[in-house]
Design a protein around this ligand. Structure first.
Ligand code: NCD
Ligand code: ZN
Length: 344
């Protein structure tokens, strides 16, 4: 049987929610990953160091006792975040970044930043205290086409942020376009990007051809094929600016299969296997370890993991759903067969 052994990977962009959903999803992530950057878009959002530490404790309590999975906490940036909060976060060993959601850009982003210029003093403080800025890079004004929002964010805002704060470490999260790939490639090494499994595997036809398929709806929305090809090339290129971030974003199935379905794909159940499939198709399995286990840790200035995981070439069927009380979660590629499996 074909096998590959990798340094244990980390997930540099993850949503785990709270309560019953957290209890269902966190073991999936902890089984594969050593650490994960935990997104702060709860309701209400995680805005202070104290809130992040409470959330961290809830995550640790939802884990198996033997687990040594480490949640890396982030804070949600608002128009009213204080400079003191930035300093306190940078000094706290459990907090690793601030997340910038333009207000209204995605799930639970209503409290996000309304004007980027307003937060320039905060970005200056992040630069000074050396704490990274993670960006959901989409413009939000109603006149902009949803398929153009990432590209326009880069043109209208990101270029200025990078130029004004040359020492600020920035991750453009879940990149979805050729323009984003080119921007990150040509930027300073302080600028990096995460790439999700869904944006590597699917273009917008998956979501829209033959009926609306709500389980493929996430933000930034799936794009056309040429963008998917650019992402696959970037992920498998061996360029350290691109690393693994699943953006696994669990929502109850009934809230996605809805007249106003919410955005997010659930991939944590088999994240590393999904990426392995893509890297194998690109004849780049030799590039998977660095993408999944090295480049993100290096960017965050954290040690690489010392354990390993092993994947075997072995078909297995993804469940149709994961029950949670009277509801359920529908995983990405529900019911389909994956060809790599991580040893338990
Ligand atoms: C995420 C969520 O559900 O929290 N949804 C998504 O479609 N990706 C938020 C986000 O990362 O944009
Ligand atoms: Zn996300």
């Amino acid at each position: 049987m074909e096998k590959i052994t990798l340094t244990q990977p980390d997930d540099w962009h993850l949503h785990v929610r709270t309560g019953d959903i957290l209890k269902q999803v966190i073991p999936h992530t902890a089984r594969q990953f050593g650490r994960a950057i935990i997104m702060p878009n709860l309701t209400p959002p995680v805005k202070t160091v104290e809130q992040a530490l409470i959330y961290r404790t809830e995550i640790l309590q939802a884990l198996d006792e033997q687990s040594d999975f480490e949640p890396l906490m982030t804070l949600y940036l608002t128009d009213n975040t204080s400079i003191e909060t930035i300093k306190a976060a940078a000094e706290n060993p459990f907090i690793h970044a601030f997340k910038l959601y333009p207000a209204g850009a995605t799930t639970n982003s209503d409290a996000g930043v309304t004007s980027l210029k307003n937060i320039y003093p905060l970005l200056a403080a992040m630069e000074k205290h050396a704490i990274p800025l993670l960006i959901h890079g989409e413009v939000t004004a109603a006149e902009y086409d949803i398929f153009d929002r990432e590209k326009l964010f880069i043109e209208q805002h990101l270029t200025a942020i990078i130029n004004n704060f040359p020492d600020l470490r920035v991750v453009l999260e879940h990149v979805t376009t050729e323009e984003a790939v080119q921007f990150v490639e040509s930027a300073d090494p302080k600028v990096a990007a995460t790439i999700t499994p869904q944006h590597l595997m699917f273009n917008r036809n998956a979501m829209l051809v033959g009926g609306i398929k709500p389980h493929y709806y996430c933000l930034p929305v799936l794009k056309r094929e040429k963008h998917r090809q650019a992402l696959r090339k970037a992920a498998t290129s061996g360029n350290p600016k691109f690393f693994l971030g699943t953006d696994s974003a669990p929502h109850f199935s009934h809230l996605k299969e809805n007249a106003c379905g919410c955005a997010g794909c659930y991939s944590a159940y088999g994240a590393i296997e999904l990426y392995a499939e893509v890297f194998e198709q690109e004849n780049a399995l030799d590039k998977l370890e660095a993408f999944a286990s090295f480049y993100g840790a290096d960017f965050y200035q954290l040690p690489r993991n010392s354990r390993t995981i092993t994947l075997s070439k072995q078909d297995w069927q993804i469940p149709e759903n994961y029950p949670i009380g009277e509801h359920s979660l529908t995983p990405l590629k529900a019911g389909e067969v994956l060809s790599w499996r991580m040893a338990r």
